[in-house]
Ligand binder design. Structure first.
Ligand code: 5AD
Length: 349
């Protein structure tokens, strides 16, 4: 086992069989070593910096019906909202005032936000906040759409692959295509975006082999960002009553992803903070190096419920900023307010 951990830390790879075996034989002591190896590797690439991205959740409408997600179109109990261009720009302005230089525009797959609408929002943001990076996270769209938004100034795109197992993917995403999702990721990369992939841990039916496939996928694809979080069952979805993921299993996957893709940017997700008050700090100590404080207006925040009991629902952006800055400092890291590009990108402003 120690030999496998050494191979993983030094060569940044394991075979599928080795990964499955490793995941099946982890002891508490070995997990501790795994977390500290991941932490060392993260420090080699990014030091003690933790990059911040102000998250603007601008629409809770979604045309998809993913079995795990509270925003799925069949959830008639979900309250829906849409932010106007003005409201989105106001959120970004507030974040900019607080010092953030990286924003994530995220929504359900809401096609009311057309290429024209989003292009105009991105152009305006780039005019008003020229030194800030813009990340989009609006799901599967056409190549032309992705190109237009890139040309309008979007820098990065988050599209979690959710699971690299075709069979598991298909069981959770009625009417969606695994191949199309993978194609989207490849197209985004070709266009020039810094690309984020990622997956959930603890999905119903997910085995160590599935998780090994996720690790091999990120190793192969080398995403600039990798978002890994626990699946948290939502009561108004078909997966109500499922067991869900644990903080510990997710920490193992964050640490292993860090060792497989040493220079990735990896968030300590809100879902980790939801399952455990110190879940995000634990993630930072296991290889994560990004936080994503929510900037969405307080009145609508609780309606963006991918899962329930989400944290920070009543906190003003200023409060979130100081809370996170304190948590990060106490953990021995430093919160950064720069664009926080991937270390392979040297962006000329
Ligand atoms: N629990 C945890 N994460 C979820 N996501 C969606 N629904 C849930 C849930 N119930 C994740 C998906 C999606 C990201 C925005 O949130 O991975 O890509």
């Amino acid at each position: 086992m120690e030999a496998l951990l050494d191979k993983l830390s030094e060569q940044h790879e394991l075979t599928e069989e080795e990964l499955v075996w490793f995941l099946g034989h982890l002891t508490p002591e070995l997990k501790k070593k795994l977390y500290s190896r991941a932490s060392e590797v993260r420090k080699q690439h990014y030091g003690v910096s933790v990059y911040s991205r102000g998250l603007i959740e601008f629409s809770s409408y979604c045309r998809r019906d993913c079995l795990y997600c509270g925003l799925r179109r069949s959830n008639s109990r979900a309250e829906r909202y849409r932010l106007t261009e003005e409201e989105i720009l106001d959120c970004a302005a507030e974040g900019y005032e607080l010092g953030y230089r990286s924003f994530v525009l995220q929504s359900g797959e809401d096609i009311i936000y057309t290429e024209q609408v989003l292009t105009s929002i991105i152009r305006e943001m780039k005019l008003r906040f020229p030194d800030a990076a813009i990340t989009l996270s609006v799901g599967e769209r056409s190549e032309a759409f992705y190109c237009a938004l890139y040309n309008a100034g979007a820098d990065r795109y988050l599209l979690r692959h959710e699971t690299a197992s075709r069979a598991l993917y298909e069981s959770l995403h009625p009417g969606m295509s695994f191949d199309n999702r993978m194609d989207c990721l490849r197209i985004l990369r070709e266009i020039g975006y810094q690309v984020g992939a990622g997956f959930m841990v603890g999905l119903p039916g997910q085995t160590h082999r599935h998780l090994a496939e996720d690790l091999l996928f990120v190793k192969r694809f080398q995403p600039e960002m990798i978002g890994i979080g626990p699946f948290i069952p939502h009561s108004a979805t078909p997966l109500n009553g499922a067991a869900g993921g644990t903080v510990e299993d997710t920490l193992v996957m964050i640490a292993m992803a860090r060792l497989m893709v040493p220079d990735a940017l990896m968030p300590a997700t809100t879902a980790m903070g939801t399952l455990d008050p110190s879940g995000r700090e634990k993630a930072l100590q296991s290889g994560a190096n990004v936080v994503m404080p929510i900037l969405s207006p307080l009145q609508i925040r609780s309606k963006y419920a991918l899962y329930e009991q989400k944290i920070c629902m009543g906190d003003e952006p200023e409060h979130c900023r100081s809370c996170l800055e304190m948590r990060i400092a106490v953990s021995g890291y430093r919160m950064e307010f720069s664009r926080g590009d991937h270390c392979r990108y040297n962006v000329q402003l």
